[in-house]
Design a binder for this molecule. Structure first.
Ligand code: IPE
Ligand code: IPE
Ligand code: MG
Ligand code: MG
Ligand code: MG
Length: 290
């Protein structure tokens, strides 16, 4: 599994480096590279490849779509660390982008990475029909904007230091993190022109994979080691973030994750042996320390 993840990270970075080499060099592009490359796990691309190979989508296509997703993810992290958001000075074991390049450049690097994702999806190297590209772009826009990351980040900040119900916490975590995973899960089904019911199936499973990912990120923040995680831990409690851990406690949050994994594995059973990779990835998500 680790080898597989490393290969996906390498192939994604290779594509993105080549793509960025075509842009004019500037301090802004340096900040974009800084936020994009060093240290990211590329777990969202792994989900795309796991589910894409289950549905027999070509690997190269999955890597290009994953590259677009990683741009949006990198943008969301650069902005997440800004003083007006989580105000975090360390990311992936290094100073956050705004610490290194200044706030205004970090904001613009984030904006540029967000739009670059869509530029990548319109690239002629991506061998898909225009109709399919438009369907992918539509779905990705939904997952990144007010219905997804931006909307969820808004809720995350507005829930600080308040008592929030379980239902609302889950809804917020699905928006801020789950939706991008949902895109990764449904993109192969969009490419294969699956029917509405199947599209819904992959969207839902993907949202739950993302929810699992965010709860396990919250577990790392609660119990993890800052050096290993590459970012400060113990910060959610200090900021009064509403999480399942703050509401239900650590061990109940772990139990909740176990139930999500069991539920997803059951749903993928019908794909037989082909679902083995995704099963491994889910265990990795829960048991990682970074
Ligand atoms: C961290 O995401 C932020 C969350 C959405 C929880 P990752 O843990 O995927 O970050 P990198 O890309 O590996 O640094
Ligand atoms: C970030 O969640 C979610 C995003 C969409 C960026 P966190 O705020 O928990 O991520 P970390 O812990 O700073 O990486
Ligand atoms: Mg945050
Ligand atoms: Mg944060
Ligand atoms: Mg966190």
């Amino acid at each position: 599994m680790k080898n597989n993840l490393d290969k996906i990270a390498k192939d994604t970075n290779f594509f993105l480096k080549k793509f960025l080499n075509n842009q004019n060099n500037s301090e802004l592009v340096s900040a974009m590279r800084y936020g994009l490359f060093p240290g990211g796990k590329k777990i969202r691309s792994k989900i795309l490849v796991d589910i894409g190979s289950m549905l027999s989508v070509d690997y190269k296509t999955l890597i290009v779509i994953g590259a677009a997703v990683e741009c949006i993810h990198a943008y969301s992290l650069i902005h997440d660390d800004l003083p007006c958001m989580d105000n975090d000075k360390m990311r992936r074991g290094k100073p956050s982008t705004h610490i290194k390049f200044g706030e205004s450049t970090a904001v613009l690097a984030g904006n540029s990475l967000l739009t670059m994702a869509f530029e990548i999806l319109t690239n002629y190297n991506l061998k898909l029909t225009e109709k399919t590209k438009i369907n992918l772009i539509k779905k990705l826009s939904e997952c990144a904007g007010y219905l997804g990351i931006a909307g969820g980040q808004y809720l995350d900040l507005s829930y600080e230091k308040k008592i929030i119900s379980k239902k609302k916490i889950i809804e917020m975590e699905i928006k801020k993190t789950g939706k991008l995973f949902s895109f990764c899960s449904v993109a192969p089904a969009i490419i294969k022109k699956k029917n509405k019911k199947e599209i819904k199936f992959f969207e839902n499973v993907g949202s739950n994979i993302g929810l699992l990912f965010q709860i396990s990120d919250d577990l790392i923040d609660f119990k993890g080691n800052s050096k290993k995680a590459g970012k400060k831990t113990g910060k959610d409690k200090k900021k009064g973030k509403a999480t399942l851990i703050s509401l239900l406690g650590y061990s109940n949050a772990v139990k909740y994750c176990d139930r999500i994994i069991e539920d997803i594995n059951n749903k993928f059973k019908k794909y037989g042996k082909n679902s083995q990779n995704i099963e491994e990835t889910l265990n990795y998500i829960l048991n990682r320390d970074k």
